[in-house]
Design a protein around this ligand. Structure first.
Ligand code: CUA
Length: 174
């Protein structure tokens, strides 16, 4: 088939449109990944490996230093253990979320925390809450895990001893 000049123009227009779309999507991914830090970097290892490394997977909140917390959450059909997490003046929080039954997810609404949790695995990530993060944050399971999926929720409470907030963006995403 022979191309005529007029037809080639359309080819180039389509090439430009495709390049623009791909560039747009890539830029959006880079923006949300690197600048908005939408998905915190997450390390995954098996529950057996955690035991071998001596990591205590007892669900709960431990303050290991001033403002330094370790939070262990067990995700199971259809509950998060613990359902209530209270942090006072948190600076750095290491989360370990694990599941033994099916795939779950955890998203703390209004923050950058959003990870999947695979059965038999621990998802570990570090969160440095923005200085203006304060009050109650809802966390939910965001992977359909069965009939009680919608019941899987909990509350993250951040208490601040100082009321001197920097008053900036309250999205909690950094
Ligand atoms: Cu757990 Cu949905």
């Amino acid at each position: 088939m022979e191309y005529h000049r007029g037809e080639m123009v359309y080819e180039y227009i389509w090439v430009l449109i495709i390049v623009a779309i791909v560039t747009g999507f890539s830029a959006a991914m880079a923006y949300y990944g690197f600048i908005r830090n939408l998905n915190p970097s997450c390390e995954a290892y098996t529950i057996e490996e955690a035991k071998a490394r001596g990591i205590d997977l007892t669900p709960g909140v431990r303050e290991v230093g001033p403002g330094i917390y370790e939070v262990t959450i067990k995700a199971a059909q259809f509950v998060f253990i613990p359902m209530e997490i209270k942090l006072k003046d948190p600076v750095r929080v290491t989360f370990r979320v694990y599941s033994r039954d099916v795939i779950h997810g955890i998203h703390v609404v209004g923050t950058s925390i959003n990870v999947m949790v695979f059965p038999g695995y621990v998802a570990e990530f570090v969160w440095e809450p923005p200085k203006n993060a304060k009050g109650n944050y809802l966390f939910i399971c965001h992977e359909y895990c069965g009939v009680g999926h919608h019941l899987m929720r909990g509350t993250l409470l951040i208490e601040r001893s100082s009321l001197l907030l920097d008053g900036g963006d309250f999205s909690g995403v950094r």
